[in-house]
Structures are given as C-alpha cells and as structure tokens.
Design a protein around this ligand. Structure first.
Ligand SMILES: N[C@@H](CCC(=O)N[C@@H](CS)C(=O)NCC(=O)O)C(=O)O
Length: 200
C-alpha cells in the first residue's frame, strides 16, 4: 500500500494522479504544511515540506521522484523501457528544473499569494521565463499526441502536473496551441479527473 503524506491542495496532487494512473492501492495521510514542520515528523518531512511517500520501508520526498518510483512499480506504458525511459527522465528534469521555477514565480504573484503580497514584476519575469520553455514543448510535440513514444507516460504526467495550476488559473496558452491540446488531453484523463476531484 502506497501512503502519500500531504495535503490535497499541494504537490501531493501529482502523486495521487500517478497512483491513480498506476492503479496501485494507496491512501492519503492528511498532513498540513504546518504539520510537516513538526520535528516529530522530520523522518518523513526532513525539509518540513509535503509530499512524502511511504512504500513499505522506503520513505521518499520530492514529488517528481515519487512519481518516477510509482511509475517504475507500474511498468509500461506508464514507465516505458529502454531509451524511452531515459526520455522520461529528461522530461521530468525539464519539468522540475526549467518549467517549475518559472511557473511558480508567475503563480505566486498572480493567484497563490494574497493580492497585497503579489509582485507584478516577479509575475512578468516568471511569464517571460515560461514562454520559451513552452515553445520547446510546442516544437517537440509537433504532430505527437504525447511527449515520449506513442502513448501517455509519466513524462506527460510530471510535466502536465507542473503546468496544472497555471492551466487552471488562466495562463495564456494561445501562442502554444499544441501544448494546450496536449494539456487538455492529459488533465481530462479519468485518473487525472479522479485526482482533481480531491482538490478542485
Ligand atoms: N521540490 C519539492 C517541493 C515541495 C514543496 O515546496 N511543497 C510545498 C507544498 S506543495 C510545501 O510543503 N510548502 C510549505 C513550505 O514551504 O513551508 C517537491 O516537488 O516535492
């Protein structure tokens, strides 16, 4: 049994989505942002953050790494093999290191922070950083339905989950219609809808 420690309105969403796609049994151990800072839980949340995954004796942090673990347990098609597995790793690193910092700069300063704490210049900087990265995805997708191989994989889930909040909160995708179609396709899958129902 996978045990996802986190709050529904957090990056635990992406782990719930992955567990749903993998069709593996899981439960959510409700853990607030404050609870994760309790020293008594530092073995689970060493950085004082959610989510964390407990899988038997294994404890993992980092939401995208947790998803790779879940997909490895599920195997193909969620986690492809051979060179496509390496492509999954590439897109997951792209999601975490290139897209997520830019998205969060925009998100914090457009819809996450209270209005009086938002910084328009920071939001604009985030948007300026997002634009060329979405263009990379647009070019890669070309006529493809999914990022890797011929079907949906954890690469789509990881990048789609990083873009989910922005997609839901009005980021303008008109310059990258292929990305918009791909995101619509990913985020309306039955497993994604089940995960979204826990938080929207
Ligand atoms: N890179 C980490 C980021 C974890 C993270 O920042 N989690 C947020 C919730 S989505 C958190 O716990 N924030 C509370 C805080 O920073 O105090 C991951 O992907 O798991």
């Amino acid at each position: 049994m996978l045990r996802i420690h986190g709050a529904y309105r957090s990056r635990a969403f992406r782990n719930i989505w992955a567990a749903e796609e993998a069709a593996l049994p899981y439960e959510v151990v409700q853990t607030s942002f404050d609870a994760a800072k309790d020293p008594a839980l530092s073995h689970m949340h060493p950085a004082g953050k959610v989510p964390a995954l407990e899988d038997g004796t294994l404890i993992l942090q980092e939401s995208l790494a947790i998803n790779l673990h879940i997909a490895l347990k599920a195997g193909p098609p969620l986690m492809p093999q051979g060179d496509d597995l390496s492509r999954v790793l590439q897109w997951t690193m792209f999601a975490g290191t290139e897209v997520e910092p830019a998205i969060m700069a925009w998100a914090y300063n457009t819809y996450i922070r209270p209005a009086e704490q938002r910084n328009a210049a920071e939001a604009a900087r985030g948007l300026a950083d997002i634009t060329p990265r979405l263009a990379v995805v647009e070019t890669h997708l070309g006529g493809r339905q999914y990022l890797v191989g011929t079907g949906f994989s954890i690469a789509d889930l990881n990048l789609g989950a990083v873009l989910y909040g922005a997609w839901l909160n009005g980021l303008d995708f008109s310059a990258t219609p292929g990305v918009k179609s791909w995101l619509d396709r990913c985020l309306t899958r039955p497993a994604a809808m089940a995960a979204r129902a826990t938080r929207e």
